[in-house]
Design a protein. Sequence first.
Length: 225
Amino acid sequence: MKDVVLVVDDEIRMRKLLKDFLKQKDYEIIEAEDGEQALSIYQNKKNDIDIILLDVMMPKLDGWSVLRQIRQTDKEIPIVMLTARGEEQDELFGFELGVDEYISKPFSPKLLVARVEAILRRSKKGEKEISNYGGIEIDYDGRTVEIEGKSVELSFREFELLKFLIENKDKALSRDKILNSVWNYEFYGDTRTIDSHIKKIRHKLGKKGKYIHTIRGIGYKFQIK
C-alpha cells in the first residue's frame, strides 16, 4: 500500500513541484490549496494520511491554525511545515506547537523527499515489546508512553527523541549527535531546537522528567538515579 502525503500550499506551482518529486518515490498525493480545505480533507481521510506537508502563509486559514487544530486530537501524525520565513523564532514557535519538521523556502525538492522518507521510516519502525524505564512504560510497536497507567501524549519527534535518549541511557549525548540521529539528516539550524523539545518532554513526563539530565557544555543524558 502506498504512503499518502497531504500537500497543503496555496501556490499551485509548489504543489505540482512537490507532487512530481513525491510521485517518483511512489507516494500517493492529496492536495489542498488553503487551510480550511486541508482541515476538511484531514477530517475525512485522517486514517489514510501518513504525513502532512503544510505551508504557513495561506488564505482563509494559515498553517499555524491548521497545526493547532490537528494537534488538539492527533499527536502522532508527522507534520512538516513549509515556509518562506527563515526566522529562528518562527522555527522554535513551530516546534512548540508540535511540528515535526520545519523547512524554509527555497529548498531542494530532493532533500525534502529524503526527509519525508526518513520521517515515515522512523514513524513505522517499531518493536513489539513494552519496556519499563524507571516507571516510564514505552510500547515501541504502538508508539505509546504511559506513566502509572496514564497515557503521555508525545508528538512524533518528541517520541523519537525520548526513545533515542533511553536507547542511549547513561551516555552523555551532544546536541549535534541528537539532531543528526533523531532528525536523521544534517540539521542546519539552532541547536536550541533540542532544548525546546526536551523542555516539553520533561513537562509531559512530570516527576519522571528528572531522568533527563542536562550535561553542561555537551547536551543531555537519560539516567535513572
